[in-house]
Design a protein around this ligand. Structure first.
Ligand SMILES: NC(=O)c1ccc[n+]([C@@H]2O[C@H](COP(=O)([O-])OP(=O)(O)OC[C@H]3O[C@@H](n4cnc5c(N)ncnc54)[C@H](OP(=O)(O)O)[C@@H]3O)[C@@H](O)[C@H]2O)c1
Length: 270
């Protein structure tokens, strides 16, 4: 664990700002989690790549982390972040291997897109188990390993009022509020906690491919109404996670930051 100091800047390429830092990212086998792992690695970080089932994809993320820069290293750790025992095992492994955690990014999310009148207990447990219960338990474990301060960053989403997204949207709202409380309760421990709220991401393999026509049209509408007229690239969202993890963001805590090309300026989501 490094002491935080104002040498180097995450805004310089390959600054080395995260050398000697351990970054744990849930759901880093693909998508935004993978892009975030690569971004930390570009600045020298040691990245713990959590995944649930997709071992090969997680191994590919680790390979990319290790190619990114020296001395960046990666470690894939399987854990279902809805399962308290798996969460404990993950952080025990992190403690054994790396002693401490500097940054925890709760990126993993999953849901079932359904009208609320049709959701089952299984759907509720799946969605809230990861974005609420899993977030609380994993953040507790991460904080236990943040000896000299640290950063918690939760990944929410600006998808309010998307058809049949009531479960995930509510779970993310709870996660945002929990993030604010972690910020307040751990400010004295030099731990900052913030959430980011991306808009539609530019990725082909995301869960939107499973959506019905009404929801797909709504997403197209959101992209069209985004002032910048496009979906967000994974790298540009990952860059904001790095900014929040950086020394430069010392005075930012308890915030929910929209990262959506101006969509929230057009529509009030809050
Ligand atoms: N996609 C978008 O347009 C969009 C928009 C706004 C916000 N977001 C948010 O951004 C984040 C990343 O989204 P994404 O689309 O990049 O995700 P994604 O491609 O669907 O990947 C999900 C990741 O979460 C992991 N995961 C799922 N359930 C898990 C569990 N129970 N325990 C541990 N890991 C689990 C998956 O692991 P496996 O590979 O092993 O299954 C995978 O690494 C999410 O929080 C999402 O809500 C996404």
């Amino acid at each position: 664990m490094s002491q935080r100091c104002f040498s180097g800047s995450v805004f310089e390429s390959n600054s080395g700002q995260f050398v000697d830092e351990v970054i744990v990212i849930s759901g880093a086998s693909r998508g935004l989690g993978r892009a975030t792992a690569e971004a930390f690695a570009n600045h020298g970080g040691t990245v713990v790549v959590n995944y649930r089932t997709n071992r090969e994809a997680a191994a590919e993320t680790v390979a990319r982390v290790e190619e990114a820069s020296s001395p960046a290293t990666g470690r894939a750790v399987q854990a279902d972040m809805t399962d308290p025992d798996d969460i404990d095992d993950l952080f025990e492994e992190v403690e054994r291997e790396f002693d401490a955690v500097d940054v925890f990014v709760h990126n993993a999310a999953v849901t079932r897109f359904k009208p609320l009148s049709e959701v089952t207990m299984k759907d509720i447990s799946l969605t809230f188990g990861l974005s609420v219960n899993g977030f609380i338990l994993a953040t507790q474990r991460a904080i236990d390993l943040m000896d000299s301060g640290g950063r918690i960053i939760s990944v929410s989403g600006a998808m309010s009022y998307m058809p049949y997204n009531g479960l995930l949207d509510s779970a993310k709202s709870a996660m945002e509020q929990l993030t604010r409380y972690f910020a307040i309760e751990h400010a004295d421990d030099n731990i900052n906690a913030n959430a980011i709220r991306p808009g539609v991401l530019a990725k082909e393999d995301n869960y939107f491919t499973e959506l019905d026509d009404e929801t797909r049209e709504f997403i197209e509408f959101l992209v069209e109404k985004t002032p910048k007229k496009r979906a967000g690239e994974l790298d540009e969202v990952a860059a904001v996670v790095l900014m929040l993890a950086s020394d430069e963001a010392e005075w930012i805590t308890g915030e929910v930051i929209d990262v959506n090309g101006g969509l929230s300026a057009y529509m009030d989501y809050h």
